[in-house]
Design a protein around this ligand. Structure first.
Ligand code: NDP
Ligand code: OXD
Length: 309
C-alpha cells in the first residue's frame, strides 16, 4: 500500500518529505529510486514522462498534484480507466486570483509600459483606466474562475463568466454553452481563460473568438497553452484588434527562446507560475484519498472521464 511520485521537475523530494511528515506509516517513493512496483496503489503525478505509469500492476488511482489533468489524458499509455483525481485547494484558487488581479491592475495603470519607458529613460504619462471602465469576462467559473469572479466583484469590477452549466454567483452574469458564447464575448473587455484543456476547449482562443471581442480587448491566458492559437493571437495584436495579452502558459514550456511572444511589445509573459500547489496545504487531501482508496470509499475531487476535467 504505497504511493509513487512521478514528475520530471526537481520537486519529488519536497512532496516526499511533506507526505512522509503527515503519514510516516505509508511508504512513499520517487519513481527514479528503487521501489517495489507491485506495492504501488497510488501515483501522484505532474507532467510525468510518457509511459511511466505502465509498470504498476496494482495501481488503483492516478492523483494529479495540480488542478489540471490534461497531461494525464495526453499520455495514451496511461491507465486512464482508473480513477483520476485532481487538486482543489483554497491557496491554489486565491493565488490564481491574486495573480490575475495583479495583471489586470498592471494593464489598467500601464505598469508594464512604464517599466519599458524606464529602461529607455522615457518620461511619458499615459491616460490611465479605472476599475469601472472595463467588464471582465472569465471563461471557466470553476474552483479558480469562481473565486476570481467573487474577488473581482469585491474590487468593484463588472464581471461575467462562461461555463458549461449556469452559475449563481452574486453580481456575476452567467453565460453557458456555445450558444451563449457570442453574447458573452461581445461585452467582454478583459478576457481571462480559466478553462480546463479538453477536446472541447482545445484552441478555443482563436481568431474567430478574438474577433467577437470588442476592439481593444485585453486577453489573459492562465489556463493552458493548448487553449491558444499563437499565430491568431499575434495577428489580432498586430492589427490592433486586441490591445495586449498576458500569458502564463504555453504550448511548449519553457517557452522556446526563439518564440515571437518573447519580443512582442504587447505580450507579457510569466513562467507558468500564476498559482502552484502548496505541498503542506495539498498533502492532506492526497492522503485522505489514499485512505479512502484503501477503504474502498468514494474519492474526493474525482475527474470525470466523460468531460475530461
Ligand atoms: P474546474 O474544473 O473547477 O473548472 C472548470 C470550469 O470550466 C468550470 O466552470 C466548467 O464548467 C468550465 N468548462 C469546462 N469545459 C467547458 C466547456 N466545454 N464549455 C464551457 N465551460 C467549460 O477547474 P479549475 O478552476 O480548478 O482549474 C481550471 C484550469 O486552470 C485547470 O484545468 C488548469 O489548466 C489551469 N490552472 C493553471 C494554473 C497556472 O498556474 N497557470 C494553476 C492551476 C490551474 P462547469 O462548472 O459547468 O462544469
Ligand atoms: C495546475 C497548474 O493545473 O499548476 O495546477 O497548472
Amino acid at each position: 500500500m504505497s504511493i509513487v511520485i512521478v514528475r520530471q521537475d526537481d520537486k519529488i523530494d519536497i512532496w516526499k518529505q511533506a507526505l512522509q511528515k503527515e503519514a510516516p506509516d505509508v511508504p512513499i517513493y520517487g519513481y527514479l529510486e528503487e521501489h517495489p512496483r507491485d506495492a504501488i496503489d497510488m501515483a501522484l503525478v505532474w507532467k510525468h514522462p510518457r509511459g511511466s505509469l505502465k509498470p504498476y500492476p496494482n495501481l488503483k488511482c492516478i492523483a494529479s498534484s495540480g488542478a489540471g489533468v490534461d497531461f494525464i489524458f495526453e499520455d495514451d499509455t496511461a491507465p486512464t480507466q482508473l480513477p483520476i483525481t485532481r487538486v482543489v485547494d483554497p491557496y491554489l484558487a486565491s493565488d490564481m486570483s491574486e495573480h490575475v488581479i495583479g495583471v489586470i491592475f498592471a494593464y489598467l495603470k500601464h505598469l508594464n509600459q512604464y517599466k519599458i519607458d524606464q529602461h529607455n529613460r522615457v518620461w511619458r504619462p499615459l491616460a490611465y483606466h479605472r476599475i469601472s471602465d472595463f467588464k471582465v469576462g472569465i471563461l471557466g467559473l470553476g474552483a479558480l474562475g469562481g473565486l476570481l469572479a467573487d474577488d473581482l466583484v469585491r474590487f468593484g469590477f463588472r464581471v461575467q463568466g462562461w461555463s458549461r452549466s449556469k452559475k449563481e454567483i452574486d453580481q456575476v452574469e452567467s453565460f453557458s454553452g456555445r450558444v451563449d458564447l457570442p453574447r458573452f464575448l461581445s461585452s467582454t473587455e478583459i478576457l481571462v481563460c480559466l478553462l480546463p484543456l479538453t477536446e472541447d476547449t482545445k484552441e478555443i482562443l482563436d481568431k474567430e473568438l478574438f474577433g467577437q471581442l470588442p476592439k481593444g480587448a485585453y486577453v489573459i491566458n492562465v489556463a493552458r497553452g493548448g487553449h491558444l492559437v499563437d499565430a491568431d493571437l499575434m495577428e489580432m495584436l498586430d492589427n490592433d484588434h486586441l490591445s495586449g495579452a498576458a500569458l502564463d502558459v504555453f504550448h511548449i514550456e519553457p517557452l522556446p527562446t526563439e518564440h515571437p511572444f518573447w519580443a512582442h511589445p504587447k505580450v507579457h509573459i510569466s513562467p507558468h507560475y500564476a498559482s502552484v500547489s502548496d505541498t503542506d496545504s495539498v498533502v492532506p487531501q492526497i492522503l485522505e484519498n489514499h485512505q479512502r482508496l484503501l477503504a474502498g470509499r468514494p474519492l474526493k475531487n474525482r475527474v470525470s472521464i466523460t468531460t475530461g476535467y
